[in-house]
Design a protein around this ligand. Sequence first.
Ligand code: XUL
Ligand code: CO
Length: 439
Amino acid sequence: MNEFFPNIPEIRFEGKDSKNPLAFKYYDAKKVIMGKTMEEHLNFAMAWWHNLCANGVDMFGAGTADKSFGAIPGTMEHAKAKVDAGIEFMKKLGIKYYCFHDADICPEDPEDINETNRRLDEITDYILEKTKGTDIKCLWATCNMFSNPRFMNGAASSNSADVWCFAAAQVKKGLENAVKLGAKGYVFWGGREGYETLLNTDMKLEQENIATLFSLARDYGRKIGFTGDFYIEPKPKEPMKHQYDFDAATAIGFLRKNGLDKDFRMNIEANHATLAGHTFQHELRVCAVEDMMGSVDANMGDTLLGWDTDQFPTNVYDTTMAMYEILKAGGLRGGLNFDSKNRRPSNTPEDMFYAFISGMDAFALGLIKAAEIIEDGRIDAFVKDRYSSYSDGIGKKIRDRSITLEEAAAHAAELKKPASPGSGRQEYLETVVNNILFS
Ligand code: XUL
Ligand code: CO
């Protein structure tokens, strides 16, 4: 078989003192941390779309990277070359999972959905054949219901019932592909599910139609043997001015309202969190509190830019805080999918490897440091102590919900004035984190 990355060896762990750019400094797959190997904690995945499809094209210029893999783009031969290149890439990095949209794995037929589905059958057969005997599996599948012009007014939120049916048909096939490839999850990211102006929008109808599609997808998925998690991937805007799955709290409320919360969880993307005005850690904490932790799209944004830059995550403070939330919530049911792309000028095959090494090492180091913060115990002990007034007496009654408003008021009257609730000690706590990070 053709080798697509002949100059790249298998990437191995060499430790933090290594200067080899094609080696892991922190990611040591079999190293055990808090009872599980790094590999089991992190479940890294490759996003088909960024890694095998995106060539650096942007609104101002053409592609800069060659992702033809020796074939003519837009052909089934090219689709198959991407499978072969992707498997070689994952094997060289020791990545066991991939994520994809239907449109990433083979070209859509512009005239006939039946031909598109035939191509999907052909390419999923090919993926199964080529991954047989390897430990490469699908983390999650999804459908691209945002690029084709038919989705310009939305997919499940479209004003057109015919378009709604096309979205439903894609989801049906997407679920069949997910089952065929043994995917652990199925993602809904509502890129066009939102609005540009309320002047032309029936928000209630649109949201009800989205809920109908989600319910039908859940029922059909369970009927054909999909036992994994459905995920909503929240994002507040881009491409739409306003997207309905604004953030985790909004999406969870929507799921509960529509009786979908037993089958759906969250797929949290770092750069989407920041677009919503939250930190990545905030979104993960909301999931932990609501028992909705699912999977993660690992990337980072740029604080000076207001859009989804999908950069490979290298900010170790953020990866540490993310892994702290994930560890405390008992881990991810899904994994860490690098929904990340190289910067446009980083356009060589080596850059594809450097990028993944940087992201995998940043999360590995984040995992190590998060475990150290938990084992150190100072942060947890501080938080526990901060709320200690609820462990007994009047506080315990509040926690048990056995207090009345009259009783609380009588307590206040007796005290006349409460004692200071105590310092938040933020700067001290930040020093604890820095001390652990840089020791
Ligand atoms: C877009 C985005 C998508 C989803 C899958 O911002 O993150 O790629 O992850 O559709
Ligand atoms: Co994403």
